[in-house]
Design a protein around this ligand. Structure first.
Ligand code: BEZ
Length: 257
């Protein structure tokens, strides 16, 4: 029988699985949401780091960029540096990475401070660690390389890792597009709010807006909710109920400084 794509389903199971495993090589492993962040040690512009152990008890944004001395990356680094203090207020640290060497990193960060202006910012000092990853060890471990785009430059990946070292959110942008930093901050606040209050956040949620309460797990709870028995809880239908959490309550729960 012709083993073309239309006939694969009619082959005996053994032949079919052999053919499919030949045709569909397994994707390289990468951490997914809910996985422990893979551990590594690395040289950075702030000295050696032991990841994620050095960040136990803190949230970390581990991000990659394609290359030093490139314009989009420069605009992103200046933006991250300007956000560092605000992120620290939410117990969040930044760690950057590109497939470049340490001296390139140092020279680029010096250039940013001495020469670059962006959105009216100048004299911007990047104080968070930037990993040298010339061997691509960390970029490969985290699936930061998109071979269809480039096999030598990392994509713009962003891993949000919680204080227990678990990956909680992953974003990917292509090389041509600078990241949305409002969204990066919103993700940190939404994850921390979800943890602090045991709730979920609806589309485009911003701190201070109503949040989603966990779906009723029994007919009794569903009925009570629909009858307004839970104070503040409003239901559009039994499975879609919200409650208010004020901006002040959110900030009191998640802001650490
Ligand atoms: C940049 O950061 O400007 C950039 C990097 C790689 C490809 C295209 C742009």
């Amino acid at each position: 029988m012709d083993a073309g794509p239309a006939n694969i389903g009619r082959l005996p199971r053994k032949e079919r699985s052999e053919l499919m495993s030949e045709e569909q090589p397994t994707a390289p492993a990468m951490p997914r949401i809910g996985d422990p962040a893979p551990a590594f040690t690395a040289i950075t512009t702030q000295g050696e780091i032991n990841f994620p152990a050095d960040y136990k008890g803190k949230w970390v944004i581990l991000f990659s960029h394609p290359a030093d001395f490139t314009p989009v990356c420069t605009s992103e680094f200046m933006t991250f540096a300007m956000m560092e203090e605000e992120l620290r207020a939410y117990n969040t640290e930044l760690v950057g990475l590109s497939i470049d060497g340490l001296y390139s990193h140092i020279a680029w960060l010096r250039t940013i401070k001495e020469k670059m202006t962006f959105r009216g910012w100048s004299n911007v000092e990047v104080n968070f660690p930037l990993i040298e990853d010339i061997t691509m060890h960390v970029a490969t471990l985290y699936g930061m390389i998109m071979p269809g785009e480039s096999s030598t430059k990392a994509a713009r990946a962003v891993f949000f890792i919680d204080p227990k070292g678990i990956v909680r959110t992953i974003l990917y942008y292509p090389q041509s597009m600078g990241r949305n930093f409002d969204e990066i901050l919103r993700i940190i606040k939404a994850l921390q709010t979800a943890d602090a209050f045991g709730v979920a956040t609806p589309a485009d949620w911003q701190p201070g807006e109503r949040v989603i309460v966990p779906t009723a797990g029994s007919c009794g709870v569903a009925k009570d909710r629909m009858e307004g028995a839970e104070e503040g809880v409003e239901c559009v239908d039994w499975f879609f109920c919200t409650r208010p959490i004020s901006l002040e309550e959110v900030e009191a729960a998640i802001r650490k400084a």
